[in-house]
Structure formats: C-alpha cells, structure tokens
Ligand binder design. Structure first.
Ligand SMILES: Nc1ncnc2c1ncn2[C@@H]1O[C@H](COP(=O)(O)OP(=O)(O)OP(=O)(O)O)[C@@H](O)[C@H]1O
Ligand SMILES: [Mg+2]
Length: 416
C-alpha cells in the first residue's frame, strides 16, 4: 500500500465517463476537519473508504456534501469545519474543491470560507465566483445516509423534511432557492411581529412570497413523492418497498384544489393568523410547507416506518435512496452522488449485495465508508478502494479483499 496523502491515485487509470455517469475525478481538501491537505484522483466508479474510528472517513463524505447547497451532512456551523489543532480556538478558512465529470463535460466546483468573510460560504464554478450556493444544484446532486439519520422516523418532522427537500432539490434544481426564499420571508414576517409593526402592507408583500413559494414547494415535494412511489412500487429485490406521503395543511389543499386556489386558501390563513396576533399577541408560524411532515410506511404491510425495527428502518431509507438514484437518472440523464456513511455493515448479506449491484448498475459514484474492508468484497473490481488513517488516504488494492465477484460490472470498470 502506498501512502498517497498528497496525491492519492488509484492503481487503475481513470476511464472517460460513459453517457449517464457522473463522478468526482479529483477531490482536494484544504484545512478541512482533520485534513491539512488532501488530493485524491479518482475514476467514476463507486469509492469505498475504510479505516478505524476517527480516521477521517465521514469527514470526506461531509466535504463532498458541501458541493451542494446547505450545511453539509453534519448540518455543521461553517466555523466548526476548518481544521482545528487542539490548542487553537480560532476559525481557519477551509476549502473543498472537486473536478466533476458529467455527461456534459468536466466542471470544477469549489467552496469554503475565506478569511475576510468567515460567515459566508463562497462558491466557485470553473474558477468564477458564484453568488448563490443554491447554484451548485445545477452541477451536482448529492444525497446521503448517515448513522445520525437512524432516528429519522422517530424524531421531529424537521429532519424528515430536510431529507425530503434534499431529494426534491436533486430532482428539481430550483427547489433549494424556493425553500431559501420562503424561509427568508417567514423570518422577515416574524420580525415584523416582534417589532410590533401593524401596517398591513408590510405583511402583505411577505405573505405574497410565502404563498407563492409555499405552494410551489409543496407541489414540488408532491410531484417528487408521486414519482418516487412509482419507482418504489416497481422495485424488486430484498429491500422492503416504502410508500411515501405528505401530511400538512398545504399538502391537503393540493390534494383537492388547483395550485391557485391553494394559494388563496393559504393567503386567507396567513391573514387570519395576523388578525389573531392583533387580538391575542401570539406570534404565528405560517401553516405552510415548513410544518409538513414526510410520512413513510412499509408498502407491503402498511406499517409506519416509526414502528419498524432498526434494520427495517435502515432498509426503508436505502430503498428510498435507491429509487431516488433511478429517478434522477431518468430525469436528468445521470445519477446523483450517493454518500453512504456506515450503511453497508448494517445490512444483511443479501441486501448488501443487492445494494452494491444496484449502485454498480446505476453508474452512480457512491461513496461508502466502513471500518472493515471485507464488508465491501461484493463489489469485486467495480469499486475503487481507499484506506483512511489519521487524516491520510492511500489506495487500497482490491486484492486485499476476499473477493466474491459481483454479478455485474460497473459501466466504468476496465475491461479485463
Ligand atoms: N474541525 C476539526 N479540526 C480537526 N479535526 C477535527 C475537526 N472536526 C472533527 N475532527 C476530527 O476528525 C477525526 C475524524 O473524524 P471522522 O468523523 O471523519 O472519523 P471516521 O473515520 O468517520 O470515524 P468513525 O469510524 O468513528 O465514524 C476525528 O478524530 C474528529 O475529532
Ligand atoms: Mg464516521
């Protein structure tokens, strides 16, 4: 095994992307978490990162998750991400840059925080600064499953909404901007209440934004869920099929009303809540998509996901994510990046092999982590293997894995 901290290059030469394949061809981290400097060269096959606890596996997945809008897969504060030596308390600027191969060609994406603007994540596309982080959605979609999401079906609706909105954003790239515009209008409206503003005109402008974006958000979620359910219903294999639905006031209206009528109904509600505030003084939260919940049941039994076993819940999440990969491939012509942190080890052998085969067949560059390399033997040569240790990454040979050849070869595997 060769130490390749500076420029880790797998022994296989990168092959050009086939149509419908997307992947990170180069990933560079600078002062990111426990990485001082990391430069990885990759081909577009799935990537397996193995290493002991605290080695830096999840940090790499988190870095990739910053190639999309939002706060990454840990939901971290920007200041916590910069590499911090034990004796240091100051925030360091950090950077993630990646060369992404897509069917349309190669794109360089860069993000991080700069010393002059530590509160704002800067974004560069092909060397040019881009104003909005939401613009990243045009270039790469990424979805992830992490151990922290194991409780997603039992905790508060916020996590489920965030999961759903990530899925929707990958399919409908304007969704992140809509959600940002909605949240901003909701915050501004709450500030008007706090400041005791009584002039209706101030509220009406913001309520107009809430109504338009709120119904558009609910409609986009509804559309994505309907498509996901179709793919899920047709899926075969050992994963339990999930059925998704939405519960929320605007979602309910959209079941029976046209979008414009749903907007009117939402507007009336907002006006009524404003009048209620004038009488009672309680600052109202809009009853919009910010209150909706993603309801997941096991399709075969109708059992709520929250009542399923831990393993079943994990399997439901994996089946949703696999359906999503297929859906994005159908819609956008290529799959999203798939970040699966500590997922494989928790699946039984059948499901694990099915997961590897589905990933391989989809052409998705999935990034999978684990502490035990033998868990990934089912990939055979269809994945590129790396070993992570103390913030350093080296190429691991598939020969170190007891190999059970995968029944499928990846679109990018080199011919033997
Ligand atoms: N801002 C930071 N600066 C420096 N090191 C950090 C920072 N944030 C986290 N770390 C350290 O990075 C190390 C690697 O973390 P990471 O979560 O990537 O490990 P891992 O390989 O996924 O381990 P596990 O198998 O336990 O999940 C940890 O020791 C963690 O304390
Ligand atoms: Mg980890």
């Amino acid at each position: 095994m060769t130490a390749l901290t500076d420029t880790a290059r797998p022994s296989l030469t990168a092959s050009p992307p086939a149509l419908g394949v997307i992947g990170v061809a180069r990933l560079v981290l600078t002062d990111f978490r426990n990485y001082n400097h990391l430069s990885l060269h990759l081909d577009t096959r799935p990537v397996v990162l193995t290493g002991g606890n605290g080695a830096g596996k999840t940090n790499i997945l988190e870095a990739l998750s910053f190639l999309t809008a939002g706060r990454g897969l840990r939901g971290a504060k920007l200041a916590d991400v910069g590499r911090r030596a034990p004796e240091e308390s100051s925030d360091r600027p950090w950077a993630v840059s990646a060369e992404i191969e897509t069917p349309a060609g190669s794109t360089r994406l860069g993000t991080g925080i700069e010393a002059a603007t530590p509160d704002r994540r800067s974004v560069h596309v092909d060397g040019q600064a881009v104003k909005s982080v939401a613009a990243l959605a045009q270039y790469v979609g990424a979805i992830w499953l992490t151990p922290a999401m194991d409780q997603i079906f039992t905790e508060s609706p916020g996590e489920r909404r965030r999961f759903l909105d990530r899925l929707v954003t990958v399919l409908d790239t304007a969704h992140a901007s809509r959600c940002a515009a909605y949240d901003q209008a909701a915050r501004r409206r709450a500030r008007l209440f706090r400041d005791g503003v009584t002039d209706a005109a101030w509220y009406e402008a913001l309520e107009d934004t809430l109504v338009r974006y709120g119904v558009a958000i609910a409609a986009a979620r509804r559309d994505a869920i309907a498509k996901l359910n179709e793919v899920l219903a047709a899926a075969e294999g050992p994963f339990p099929s999930a059925h998704l639905s939405l519960s929320g006031q605007v979602d309910l209206w959209l079941e029976s009303l046209a979008a414009l009528d749903a907007e009117d109904a939402f507007r009336e509600k907002l006006i009524a809540s404003r009048l209620g505030w004038a009488q009672l003084g309680d600052i109202p939260t809009p009853e919009g998509p910010n209150r909706s919940d993603l309801v997941v049941v096991m399709a075969k039994t109708g059992r709520a996901a929250s009542e399923c076993s831990t393993g079943e819940q994990k399997a439901l999440l994996v089946s949703i994510v696999l359906a999503h990969v297929q859906l994005q491939s159908d819609r956008r012509g290529y799959p999203p990046l798939l970040l699966l942190d500590e997922v494989a080890a928790h699946l039984d052998r059948d499901r694990r092999q099915h997961l590897f085969d589905r990933i391989t067949r989809s052409g998705a560059q999935a990034w999978l982590t684990g502490t035990d390399i033998s868990v990934f033997s089912g990939f055979g040569d269809a994945a590129q293997l790396f070993s992570v240790s103390d913030g350093k990454v080296s190429a691991a040979s598939s020969a170190t894995v007891v190999s059970y050849p995968s029944s499928l070869s990846h679109p990018h595997s080199k011919p033997n």
